[in-house]
Design a protein around this ligand. Sequence first.
Ligand SMILES: [Zn+2]
Length: 462
Amino acid sequence: MKCLSTLCMVLVVCGSLAAQPPVTADRALAREILKELVEIPTTPAEGTTRAAQAVTARLLKAGFPKDDVQIITTEKNVANVVARFRGRGLRTPGVLLMAHLDVVPARREDWSVDPWMLVERDGWFYGRGSADNKAGAAMLVANLITLRRAQWQPARDLIVVLTGDEETSQRGIQSLVTTHRALLDADLAFNTDGGGVILRDGRAAIFEVQASEKIYADYQLEVTDVGGHSSLVRPENPIYTLSAALTRIGEHQFPLHVSDVTRMFLQRSAATESGQTAIDMRAVAAVPPDQAAAARLSRSPYYNAQLRTTCVATKIEGGHANNALPQSARAVVNCRILPGLPGADVEAVIRKLAGEKVQVTVLEAPIASPPSTPTPAMLSRLEPLVAKYWPGIPVIPLMQAGATDGMYTRSGGIPTYGVSAISENPEDVRAHGKDERVGVEPFYTATQFWLELMRTYGDDTH
Ligand SMILES: [Zn+2]
């Protein structure tokens, strides 16, 4: 825009004020989109094509150019939406904003309400996907439309990605990050499908930022033998060999490793804890970490999972008759690997512990995904925003169990932060379960929070 008058000069000089008149999230629109999405079943069997079409129709109707709103079908029934809110070109690359359209199945007979209807009751929206993650998709789409209607334009591109198979193979995001990388030219991503505002005694206590995810891997352990009549006992027995291997794995403790994200998590969480736990958290966050404090903290499965890779036997089968020597015994060992450390090392440890007589097969290979350590620049914009909505609560980066689409954007080199901003009680998480729900006010608050987040980072040219 050229400046032709003094008034115009003043507006430009005033900068952000002139560029950013307040915009309020459109609650009715966000609710309407949430309702539309919940009422289109998007289980793996049904796919996400209809939901993707519904979303793109809305964006096109709101005036987004056809070329900027694309449905990318990565597999049969897996439709992903990539919508670009073109910026003024003041900075490239853009900012990625993520959610997913697919949901896990739900059976009407298991629920108190119809899972495929959005039911508003007692301050909650009920329905499959209401929390995970159609609330996120609805917020992003509603905000794109609201911001465009308000004639606001970001300084750099905002790229909304809604994937179609997050709950299953996550090949949609993998394909977008690799094959369709030009569409995802971002150097920062925010995911609605991670983090959250944690309630304690009904009050907002912590703003969680998912900055890292543990990496999933499955290994099969198998021992075979010729077998025989169980009256003629021989020393070799696959069940015994496998049991001994599993016992060694069970007794093994992977070494303590404190990443930068975990260090920030411990330092900031210590302020919300008291007594020995708070002391131990600070001691483990120190460099080098205090081993005795780490041992005490590790007694809690939750903190143990933050501090080290874990592997655990999850399935076992073997033998074929009560009166026969077993011909085979098999088990599955599931590992949750600390990100940033090579997964192959874990496989080597499992092989070594299993021993030579046990055949180890990789059932699900680990996928490298580096942690996204929050930078001061990122936090300097996020923290004031959080303080505006939830004054006084700490912003705590953490590693979650995984795995969301964020794993793949991180492994694709885009630092990714899960900041759903929806408040929830950690004792009553219903995602994937019966009577899934999201709070009505928390949904609207998060929608407004995300609108400001989109403006803040969309206008950030640093
Ligand atoms: Zn999800």
